[in-house]
Design a protein around this ligand. Structure first.
Ligand SMILES: *[C@@H]1O[C@H](CO)[C@@H](O)[C@H](O)[C@H]1NC(C)=O
Ligand SMILES: *[C@@H]1O[C@H](CO)[C@@H](O)[C@H](O)[C@H]1NC(C)=O
Length: 390
């Protein structure tokens, strides 16, 4: 019995190795591996979670959640750029000659890696953010395999430094084995403000920081819970799945539905990333706070008071220590935050967020709203408590 089990393990391992030896999507190999195709994404999850790899539903769930959260992040950044522009044109009407966001200020998204995950991500960002085709580029060893995207006008090539010079946000969707070389190629080209968003699960954030000589990095982490109902559906297309309200709700912040929980440190990283973008523009911190409030806390539940006056609002001391906040003069921007430290350590914001369910609820609501769905009644605050802990 145990011999058989060992053999089985070895075979599985072979399949894994075969898969990881193939850069990108080898069409034939993909078919041979069938339901193992999405494993590349989870290849580095913790040892104790390895056995979960074989549950296809779960790996599909991980892919769906990862794509949903990346979409939310890009939507936020697009909204942020829109409000920069509105502020500029309204405060200086004489110089506000431009209409719309000037081209060079639109969000430019680069993806490194054109395998299964890279392709799914590109589709989702194109359709659900939506990122215009000219603002999305993909660098991969086999650009010729990305016909589908080239036809849409997306530049696909194999030149990582060129992509990095252009992008504001860079998604890493490569294999763990390719990462060291990629980092070597791009680390001297990364601008301080470029946000690197890593899906390479095998590489922890502290190592990424070293490999890239960079701190503006986001890396979502997902934890699998033991009992779960597979609500992730079976159709292949992630974009379609994300238009299903049940699936979308399962991707919500704090939602344990479908057996996968997002580590909420990611959300902290996202908020501090937004502050860094304001700081890069030398924006006084009060203005940055106001922007953050508009961006994240201006969507309210039905039973919030009409003007939302009693609803949570971000304050300076939610993000920096009391001492620091007392001493920060009004016109000064926020300090530059090391996002890797934000995701690895306690911050003023982690304490604030964990203590305030009203804030958690509002952020969850904002998340759903950005996808055009509203939470079912029983999950709204005031109607029930503790629904997130089921
Ligand atoms: C890391 O980046 C800083 C500037 O951001 C630079 O001064 C330093 O030399 C870089 N270190 C390495 C090892 O490249
Ligand atoms: C407060 O700010 C002043 C100047 O802005 C600086 O010299 C001083 O070190 C700061 N104190 C603290 C505790 O950060």
């Amino acid at each position: 019995m145990s011999v058989m089990r060992t053999c089985f393990k070895v075979i599985r391992l072979r399949l894994l190795l075969l898969h990881f030896a193939i850069p990108g999507d080898g069409g034939l190999e993909m078919d041979m591996l069938g339901d193992l195709e999405s494993l590349q994404f989870e290849y580095g999850i913790q040892e104790e979670d390895r056995s979960w790899l074989y549950l296809q539903g779960r790996s599909r769930g991980l892919m769906i959640k990862a794509c949903a959260h990346a979409t939310f992040f890009c939507k936020l950044l697009c909204n942020l750029r829109e409000s920069f522009h509105e502020k500029q044109t309204s405060s200086c009407p004489l110089t506000g000659l431009l209409t719309g966001i000037p081209d060079d200020d639109e969000l430019k998204v680069g993806i490194i890696g054109g395998g299964h995950l890279g392709k799914q991500l590109a589709r989702v960002l194109l359709q659900l953010v939506p990122i215009p085709a000219e603002n999305l580029r993909i660098s991969t060893r086999r650009p010729e395999a990305l016909d589908e995207f080239q036809k849409l006008g997306i530049q696909c090539f194999y030149h990582n430094p060129y992509l990095v010079d252009w992008a504001n946000v860079l998604f890493l969707c490569c294999l763990p084995s390719q990462l060291p070389n990629i980092c070597l190629e791009i680390q001297t080209r990364l601008e301080k403000g470029c946000i690197v968003y890593s899906f390479v699960a095998a590489v922890p954030i502290a190592r990424l920081k070293l490999l890239l000589n960079h701190t503006n990095i986001l890396r979502p982490q997902y934890q699998c819970v033991e009992d779960f109902v597979n609500i992730w559906g079976a159709n292949k297309d992630i974009t379609a799945a994300l238009q299903d309200p049940v699936i979308l709700q399962a991707t919500c912040l704090y939602s344990p539905a479908g057996g996968i929980i997002l580590n909420i440190k990611w959300l902290e990283g996202v908020l501090y990333a937004v502050l860094n973008i304001c700081t890069a523009r030398d924006m006084p911190h009060l203005q940055a706070l106001q922007l953050l409030n508009e961006l994240l806390l201006s969507v309210h539940f039905e039973d919030c008071e009409k003007d939302g006056a009693s609803c949570p609002k971000f304050q300076l001391h939610d993000f920096v220590s009391q001492i620091y906040s007392k001493n920060l003069s009004q016109q000064r921007p926020f300090p530059w935050f090391d996002l890797t430290a934000v995701q690895l350590k306690e911050t003023p914001f982690s304490q604030h967020l964990s203590a305030s369910t009203a804030l958690q609820d509002h952020l969850t609501y904002r998340y759903c709203d950005s996808f055009g769905i509203s939470l079912p009644q029983e999950q709204q605050p005031g109607v029930s408590t503790g629904s997130a802990s089921q």
